[in-house]
Design a protein around this ligand. Structure first.
Ligand code: UTP
Length: 286
């Protein structure tokens, strides 16, 4: 069973400045729900019972979002706004299901995950990069958890990207490939297009064995001078099963401006109450 999920949300979000100067990018709304809530709901649908947020400075609105807002709740109740009240309370985690820890300096994704080591303990766990908004049925993480139950090893979600985009991602070197699941033989963080071992990119969902912390303990820096999760995962190859699972669904990179805008348009078009209005707005600009 994968019971715990880590959400590293301590990054600076420089690509979305100035919006992210005082507000975490994870709280930017996609239609009317903050990006982080989509990932939280995906994790819950995968059976996750404990949610660990690795936060940083200026991230307190995340804690508020996952807490009860008594004044707001009381006011909505008094006014008989049942639907609105449900929208802020129905999905809330139960007391004790959430933990927070702080990454004091943004030293890289690997370092952020390492900050959660005491909260995770000695059991396999999931990591979700919130700004990768993944929508599919069944949800991405649920399928990865199922694969982990078959293999007992590490699982990452992957997607083919254009050759000239490999330097934006961790890229897999692959062995056996059945079209859906690939055996990971190697992995490299942000390789140049000419040096990329494949076009299969890691897209922000991981199921990892706790052994990864032993490698992260060494605090070695990699690409961009950051402590990279990819480097620590690479060290587990060959000793434990390690698979990539091709993601089949919609992926929006909400850490970039265009990806974020696409997520809003796509999700608005899925909402029956917004579809017609959104269509006529889009037509005006085409
Ligand atoms: P990104 O590469 O998107 O970095 O991190 P970022 O700082 O969030 O955004 P930009 O590139 O400056 O615009 C991927 C994920 O890893 C987390 C981020 O919060 C994001 O979810 N992260 C990254 C940390 O938690 N700590 C870090 O030191 C780095």
């Amino acid at each position: 069973m994968i019971r715990k999920a880590v959400f590293p949300v301590a990054g600076l979000g420089t690509r979305m400045l100035p919006a992210t100067k005082a507000m975490p990018k994870e709280m930017l709304p996609v239609v009317d729900k903050p990006i982080i809530q989509y990932a939280f709901e995906e994790a819950r649908a995968a059976g996750i019972e404990h949610f660990i947020f690795v936060t940083g400075r200026a991230k307190s609105s995340i804690e508020d979002h996952f807490d009860h807002a008594y004044e707001l709740n009381d006011t909505l109740e008094l006014k008989g706004k049942a639907a609105e009240l449900g929208s802020v309370t129905d999905w809330l985690p139960k007391p004790g299901e959430l933990s927070y820890t702080r990454q004091q300096k943004p030293l890289g994704l690997g370092h952020a995950v390492w900050c959660a080591r005491e909260l995770v303990g000695d059991e396999p766990f999931a990591v979700l990069l919130v700004d990768e908004l993944l929508q599919s049925d069944p949800p991405c993480l649920k399928e990865m958890v199922d694969v982990h139950q078959q293999t007992g090893g590490n699982v990452v979600s992957v997607m083919e990207v254009p050759q000239d985009h490999t330097n934006r991602y961790g890229i897999l070197d692959i062995g056996a490939d059945d079209g859906r699941m690939v055996e990971a033989r190697g992995m490299v963080e942000k390789p140049s297009p000419s040096q990329a071992p494949s076009r299969l990119a890691l897209i922000g969902r991981y199921v990892l064995l706790p052994k990864v912390f032993q490698h992260l303990d060494k605090q070695e820096t990699g690409a961009g001078g950051e402590i990279q999760l990819t480097d620590a995962m690479e060290k587990m190859l060959g000793t434990t099963p390690f698979h990539g699972l091709r993601f089949q669904g919609q992926r929006y990179d909400c850490g970039s401006r265009l990806g974020y805008l696409e997520a809003i348009v796509a999700n608005a078009m899925e909402r029956p109450e917004l579809q017609a209005g959104m269509t006529s707005i889009l037509k005006r600009y085409l």
